[in-house]
Design a protein. Structure first.
Length: 543
């Protein structure tokens, strides 16, 4: 393969207009063509079976009505409107409506409990919340404590005294709406981070963020879009991954996306890919592992037409990468980013070679390095913090909402800190080694968990694994592995030793897990990332 990376990187220049609005870029410009489809949708909950399809014109007309309805409720430019919905058409419509008003969207996961909702809604000062039957009870449990929350809008039959039906609001509103004239730097939404340390922080994002995401999106999907492209991802639209790595970039190019309301199911995922002719997908490593284990040889059962798969959140690992090449006919392009600085590093197998295990190279337009605590770039091959240079890069968030100290701490000079450890090799590829607090320091060695976890998953008895450092009087820390076994496998001392030997024979002697604990399930975030901090807490509590 010809390595086109240097040419693509050197020739790239950002073009960010002074006036820009996400709604116009991702929906309005396509809405004049009434035949251009934007969204296909299935409902797997409540008995399942419901299906729908929407053109960009349909989305825009509904968004215009919602914008007028929200304005009638007193929503003004800069006001926060919460969207507490799973993947459903009303969620996508709400984003467009809020963006085109110049208001600020507040995406909140439908999985949040009352306490999580209360903190974020109160901290952001949301004046309106949009809910469905599954999310209304958790909101209702804390509504009386939310002084700023004046209106609740219910979709899909969400009813309670004081809840205004979505259908009634839109039916009485005009379908004509003149969008606000927004600057590219104007706020568009607040996305709360998962709160790795301390309370969750609200990342205030600008309209220009979608422009900053596009270069990574295009390359991670092997020069998206191409004729016939169709996107699907199970990633929640309330998170940066689902919103800015799937829904909005697909619509930025006028390409339809498939949405599903319901829990991820590996076998049904194959059915979706086949029935809708999905060509492009963003799948978390956890989802890919589940699909690999559920149907090891999908090409024997399903007629798939996949062209590109992007993955992020955790290391995919060589095992899954090789399986996808053989069984899905796709080389997975891994990507790295975070809510505050998204889609900055990754692969593009159509333009440069993929190194198995690497998260890739800086995408065109982004200057990325591995630095030390003072902001100095580390020599190639040495472990440090992955950082992104903010000057002239539209992908950067504006600030942490009401938290200037945290905003300052996010930067060392002009370097935006990711809190992730990694190495950069001589070819400019980055090798992710885990969060800063995930790095294991054992007998003088600095060990990242990702490589060990990838090796563990290669063992046929292992379904999933996570690795942490456990305190040790002699070594400082030892490597401890938490392992989820395959359904038909029983834990035993013999299997434990077999797994140790498996790792010891493939990695450095100091990397094998000196302690193994078999566990029913790993703690996960709603975006599919392993919560190693929860495993560390568990370990500390048991000590």
């Amino acid at each position: 393969m010809t390595d086109r990376y240097a040419e693509l990187y050197r020739s790239f220049r950002w073009e960010v207009p002074a006036r820009f609005n996400i709604a116009r870029a991702c929906c309005g410009q396509w809405a004049e063509d009434r035949s251009r489809f934007a969204l296909y949708w299935e409902d797997w909950e409540d008995g399942g079976g419901a299906q729908a399809a929407y053109s960009f014109w349909d989305i825009q007309q509904a968004a215009n009505r919602l914008s007028n309805a929200l304005a009638g409720l007193g929503v003004q430019r800069g006001d926060r409107v919460a969207i507490i919905l799973p993947q459903r058409p009303e969620a996508a419509i709400a984003y467009i409506a809020i963006f085109q008003m110049g208001a600020v969207a507040l995406p909140l996961s439908h999985l949040f409990g009352p306490d999580a909702l209360e903190y974020r809604l109160a901290h952001a000062g949301a004046s309106v919340a949009i809910v469905e039957p599954s999310t209304l009870p958790n909101l209702w449990a804390v509504k009386d404590r939310l002084e700023a929350l004046r209106h609740v809008i219910g979709v899909g039959g969400a009813r309670e005294t004081g809840v205004q039906p979505w259908e009634d609001l839109l039916a009485s509103a005009s379908r004509r709406f003149a969008g606000a004239d927004t600057a590219a730097d104007d706020p568009a939404l607040i996305i709360y981070t998962s709160g790795t340390t301390g309370a969750p922080k609200g990342a205030l994002e600008a309209h220009r963020l979608i422009i900053g995401n596009i270069t990574g999106f295009v390359h991670s999907h092997d020069f998206f879009p191409k004729r016939g492209d169709m996107f699907w991802s199970p990633a929640d639209w309330a998170w940066a991954g689902g919103l800015f790595d799937a829904l909005l970039p697909s619509w930025y190019f006028g390409i339809p996306i498939l949405g599903v309301r319901g829990r991820f199911d590996a076998e049904r995922a194959y059915d979706l890919l086949e029935r809708y002719g999905v060509r492009n997908s963003f799948l978390f490593p956890t989802a890919l592992k589940l699909m690999m284990k559920a149907v090891p040889e999908p090409k024997r059962r399903f007629a798939l037409d996949l062209r590109s798969i992007m993955s992020a959140g955790e290391s995919v690992g060589v095992t899954v990468l090789d399986w996808a090449r053989e069984q899905l006919g796709v080389t997975i392009n891994e990507m790295f980013g975070q809510t505050e600085i998204n889609y900055v590093v990754g692969n593009c197998q159509a333009a440069w070679p993929v190194k198995p295990g690497s998260i890739g190279r800086p995408y065109p337009g982004h200057r990325v390095a591995v630095i030390d605590e003072r902001g100095n770039e580390m020599p190639r091959g040495e472990l440090g913090e992955i950082a992104v240079h903010r000057v002239g890069d539209p992908v950067f968030f504006l600030e942490y909402w009401k938290n200037p100290q945290a905003t300052r701490e996010k930067f060392v000079g002009d370097w935006g800190l990711t809190g992730d450890q990694g190495r950069m090799d001589e070819d400019g590829y980055l090798w992710y080694q885990g969060r800063t607090d995930d790095v294991i320091k054992s007998a003088g060695y600095r060990i990242g968990p990702a490589e060990i976890e990838s090796c563990l998953v290669k063992h046929p008895a292992v379904a999933n694994a996570a690795v942490i450092g456990k305190s040790d009087a002699t070594r400082g820390q030892i490597v401890k592995a938490f392992i989820v076994l395959q359904p038909d496998v029983t834990a035993s001392p013999g299997l434990e030793e077999e797994i140790r030997v498996h790792v010891r024979g493939r990695l450095a002697p100091y990397e094998y897990p000196r302690e193994i604990e078999f566990i029913d399930a790993l703690p996960m975030t709603t975006t599919g990332k392993v919560q190693r901090k929860e495993l560390r807490k568990r370990e500390e509590g048991a000590a």
